[in-house]
Design a protein around this ligand. Sequence first.
Ligand code: ADP
Length: 444
Amino acid sequence: NANFPTLGEKYASYGEEEKEDDKVDLAENSLLNKLIRKSLVESSHHVEVLQRDPSSPLFSVKTFEELRLKKELLQGIYAMGFNRPSKIQETALPMMLADPPQNLIAQSQSGTGKTAAFVLAMLSRVNGAEKFPQCLCLAPTYELAVQTGQVVEKMGKLCVNIRVTYAVRGNRIPRGTKIEEQIIIGTPGTVLDWCFKLRLLDVKKISVFVLDEADVMIDTQGFLDQSVRIQRALSQDCQMLLFSATFEDAVLRFAEQIIPDPNIIKLRREEMTLTNIRQYYFLCENKQDKYKALCNIYGSITVGQAIIFCQTRRNAKWLSLELTQDGHKVSVLSGELTVEQRAAVIQRFRDGKEKVLITTNVCARGIDVKQVTIVVNFKLPTNQLRCPDFETYLHRIGRTGRFGKKGLAFNMVERHNLPLLQSIEEHFKTKIKQLDPDDMDEIE
Ligand code: ADP
């Protein structure tokens, strides 16, 4: 129907404030994850291995010593506080360090030790005495490239002759310069320029090629083709490694297109579950009603820390004002903050400086909810077609089975949205119980 505005037109007529923060930027999210990560993410699953040559023995290591690394590299690893290889590293490291080199595609969720693994592989293969690029690592953004570079600097801090440079927009190097740094980390477009337009390095001399964050790469216009062009120019015996946090079909197809004869390893993520979550809803007419229900929750149970999800920035701001006026210490996460600012807000919340975190969709992932006692959906999550967004619902209130502490979830639902609630119940085969804001004794 020609009279309906398109989604774009609809947004254009909104101010920034009414914008729904629901387009999650994968690269930003990945950076946020890195900035707020303090330790390894565990998984109770086994590493799945698909070997290029199934008859060759499969090694896995329980210690870093078994890898027979250069002394200064081993010391660098211990100086970072790593005691033993992470689960994915146990299998990935021996494969990556084998001679002759093997190609590898590895998938595991962020925080499981992929970056540390390929940085170790690069540092271990590089010859510090030779002054030309030997390792090339592609990353989706400048910021992510820098994060990886910092790991190289840290782990390699005792490898005195080894140096890193960044092939990113803004790092202008005159044509004709010969790069001496052995490790180059960069975004595909600039790397392409450095290799073929400016001829700052000889691609044929690269012995380790890493494509990091493949799922973010293919989400970015042009990066897939550019990566393929770089890869095609590599020498036959260059080792090729690809990493991804997720493994949808498109990522796997890209991975298999770009990495010849790979070993493939996967570590499944810990599944989220609603099993230990008691879920409730309040029937509300408007946001004042919702606010009243929220106050009743605070009036009737002891809340440690809470996360409240709003749909728009305006609602998030409004709610934070109301709560602040009522004496709560509140912080707000929304799309207009830079990734660094978001990381700082999350850190303060983790440190308990604020007891309430109000957030829009953009920032929902990546927040560690272990210490949070209640989660409130000020509005049920829906996708752009206004259908229930089950995955987001699960991520907001679910817990991983393994760390499954009990939790409480409250949904504020307008009458016309009751069908959404029903489909969520049906989808998860779960019960969401109605609460009367004036009689909260029903919370068990
Ligand atoms: P990924 O690349 O999968 O997101 P990282 O390599 O960045 O994971 O590792 C996640 C966090 O765990 C980082 O803080 C990193 O320093 C740390 N880490 C990585 N490997 C180990 C290890 N073997 N032991 C202890 N900590 C580790």
